[in-house]
Design a protein around this ligand. Sequence first.
Ligand code: LMR
Length: 392
Amino acid sequence: MHFMTLARQADDPILAMGAAFSADVRDRKLDLGIGVYRDECGQTPVMRAVKEAERRLLIGQPTKSYLGVEGDRAFLAGLEPLALGDARADHAVTAIQTVGGTGALRLAADLLAREKPDRTVWFGAPSWTNHGALFAAAGLAVRSFRYLDPRSQDMDEAAFGEAVEAARERDVFVLHGCCHNPTGVDASAAQWRSIGRALARRNLLPLVDSAYHGLGQGLEADRAGLRILLEEVPSALVAYSCSKNFAIYRERVGALFVVGGRQGVELAASNLTALARATYSMPPDHGAAVVRTILHSEELSAIWRAELDAMRKRVRGLRGLLAQEGRIGLIDLGRLATQNGFFSSLAIAPADIARLRDDHGVYVVPSGRINIAGLREDQVGAFAAALRAVLA
Ligand code: LMR
């Protein structure tokens, strides 16, 4: 008998919630779970720029031969200025195409484990539910500190400072580039500056997870924190996802950027290539080809930027509508207006999350995270009413 010594694993809370939602036969149900954008019809449409890029690819694709381990170089060349902006100016940079943003994080984790297996990866909790599992799967120790100060509902700078002091040299700090998942609370410019200074002073390495670029305050504003950070630290890793901002979730395309001194970056590039080769050999083509086609066409880029902006504004509009609902029980929805991206974390007890689901068909991730981008405007009232019925 094989496999009998394996321990059964807990379901991923976000994915398990999606399955429960699909199995729910009620008409009036609300999915505020997985981080996927929906439009006012409740659909996750293919963007126009993507459709047109795909049409061009279908007609013009000359071959389906292998891409190479590092992926589509023209995709990477187009993505680098988008992802890093002028933040890369004073550094050497290498990039590798990855299987989504998660693939970028995992490849980064494998690189970090290879370079220094006894290092610890730190992140502010709560964080994306997969962060801990992902670094642990690469064999790295994982530790967390409190991300949000419950009183101010702002980043808990003291907890970050304590973690920085407790960390050992060359430990890694995971930071959210923008649109913090799950709280929606991003660091201010001043906070990014002091984060960068603290990490540099203790010789700690930032790993920036950039999964929602352009969906907070806009493409340029959303990478402002990264720019400040890179003014302070000598090296950083940036895991970039194209899933949300190009709405090509299932195509699984992203990239990992290593930013730093030339020699270290070259060594990182050689090791990333070897790790990718030993993991999946070469990445899939299609998603990267779509992004490449868009980014190398002025016409398609303009269409894409306008579509992305419309998505961002819709989410901002929903935040405004929810904020108007004000205080419900102990929860102040007013805060949603100043947060960024798809998510917010509501302090809802597990029993109340179960009541929202069972009595009202409202599905919220067990941590209390809601995906605002999953709502239609005409559902805001029903959501607020369900919250009021359960909490007020
Ligand atoms: C999320 O946080 O909902 C997304 O990043 C999707 C996922 O894979 O969890």
